[in-house]
Design a protein around this ligand. Structure first.
Ligand SMILES: *Cc1c(COP(=O)(O)O)cnc(C)c1O
Length: 454
């Protein structure tokens, strides 16, 4: 028997584990323009590789600055990918289509099968692996909603590393499940602000029950790494290397589309820092960069954090505490207040530089939705397909649904694909709010962004 995966236009496609892609795609050399360099805010000079190596694993810094089109995936990472499991399925949302009575075909990439509930292990695993190979003993990071922390904690336990995660105190109290998950993987989870760092202690002096913020948690993680030679800081998204690691999604998808012999008319998905959506589209979009393709790309953000739809494409700090370099990207400003939404992964104020450029140049379009819209789609999806999408994933799902409803009017048989970047089983309280009609929509007032670079 030589069964090589399974495919059927009615079902979708499953790749054989042997056919998992062996290298990640790095879009940097194929971009329509050179990426603007990250700038040191003190000197306004481009940041150098050597500046970053004290904080991040060496191989990660190398990938961040690389102009190579492909990075080989180490065997150990391929093995870990296959056991997640990867390749993830491409599934046709047949019952959802029938419910909508649309002539369109709707497919989704099943990143919800991840054991931690999101696509974040796609980059957490290689980052942890490279740190381990370098002889680093401790991975340090921060987490807000807990998706990154869970992926990192799992990856560290798989590669025999220690991990310490600063979790924003309010999030840790609101989402105890995530903390339990990280601790079960063996991670040390500290409520931030904590007594473990000088900066944390300072905040606790003024308020022993300080609720914390992502900015404070980042500052604590950075201070921790800088005071410990054997520690490195691992980041979830937005940087070039994280986007490249996520292209495992789009590279698998290319093969799956070939198996069922279709070309997408629309690829849509959610953007927080931009990593899962970029990873999903870049292998296919790169064809359009060379020769205009037929596929339309629509990135969906939360209307509560409208970086690309109402923000600016400019230099800004990558973090709230102004510890990072200045990065050219779409942003709502790094001082943007933490918005009251359930899609925790979409709260980041900026969007990845390469994706920002592609949106700015018109290769990718962007739209936004408020929460009630996306939970309406999420509920219909759960009822027809049985799958609870993460609140983040439901943003791409909602756009897919709206396009399918437009097709119903025009009679077009478009092929629509969205990235189901995570499951919502740890977000049930958000579903409960929606079910009971208590979910509030929220949109920011005027957005002002300080100008750092003329
Ligand atoms: C973190 C997260 C996101 C947002 O991050 P990106 O870098 O934009 O991918 C989206 N969905 C899920 C499920 C997440 O965990």
């Amino acid at each position: 028997m030589t069964a090589k995966g399974y495919s059927d236009l009615n079902y979708g496609a499953n790749l054989d584990p042997e056919d998992i892609p062996r290298r990640w795609y790095n879009i940097v050399p194929d971009l329509p323009e050179k990426l603007a360099p990250m700038l040191d805010p003190k000197t306004m000079e481009p940041v150098k590789k050597s500046d970053m190596e004290r904080l991040f694993p060496k191989e990660i810094v190398k990938q961040q600055f690389s102009e190579d089109r492909y990075f080989d995936i180490p065997e150990e990472v391929l093995d870990a990918y296959r056991r997640l499991p990867r390749p993830t399925p491409l599934i046709r949302a047949r019952r959802f289509e029938e419910y909508l009575k649309t002539p369109a075909m709707i497919f989704f990439k099943g990143e919800h099968v991840s054991p931690v509930g999101s696509m974040k292990p796609n980059t957490a695993l290689p980052q942890t692996y490279y740190a381990m190979k370098q002889g680093i003993e401790l991975a340090v990071s921060e987490t807000g909603a807990g998706q990154w922390g869970s992926a990192l904690a799992m990856s560290c336990s798989l590669f025999g590393m220690k991990s310490r995660i600063y979790m924003v105190r309010v999030s840790s109290r609101q989402k105890p499940g995530r903390k339990i998950m990280m601790e079960t993987y063996g991670s040390e989870v500290l409520e931030s602000p904590s007594r473990n760092t000088k900066i944390g202690s300072k905040y606790l002096e003024s308020d022993p029950e300080h609720p914390g913020s992502l900015g404070i948690a980042i500052s604590e993680a950075v201070e921790d790494v800088l005071s410990n030679d054997n520690a490195r800081y691992l980041l979830a998204s937005s940087f070039n290397y994280a986007l490249a690691h996520q292209t495992i999604i789009g590279l698998e998808l290319e093969k799956q589309l070939e198996m069922i012999d279709i070309e997408p008319d629309l690829m849509t998905g959610a953007i927080g820092g931009g990593s899962n959506y970029s990873g999903f589209i870049y292998p296919i979009l790169s064809r359009s960069l060379r020769k205009k393709g037929e596929t339309e790309f629509v990135a969906v953000e939360s209307a509560a954090v409208p970086s690309t739809t109402r923000g600016q494409f400019t230099y800004d700090f990558a973090d709230t505490s102004e510890l990072t370099p200045l990065v050219k990207m779409y942003t709502v400003g790094h001082n943007f207040a933490n918005p009251p939404i359930h899609a925790g992964g979409l709260r980041y104020h900026g969007k990845a530089p390469s994706l920002s450029m592609l949106i700015n140049k018109g290769f990718v379009r962007s739209v936004s939705y408020t929460q009630n819209k996306i939970f309406e789609a999420a509920e219909l999806f759960a009822r027809t397909e049985g799958i609870f999408p993460a609140p983040e994933s439901a943003h791409g799902l909602r756009y897919a649904m709206d396009e399918a409803l437009r097709c119903k009017k025009t009679g077009e048989k478009k092929v629509i694909i969205f990235n189901n970047c995570g499951h919502g089983i740890l977000d049930l309280s958000a579903y409960q709010e929606y079910n009971s009609g208590k979910l509030q929509d929220w949109e920011p007032g005027e957005i002002r962004i300080p100008e750092y670079v003329k």
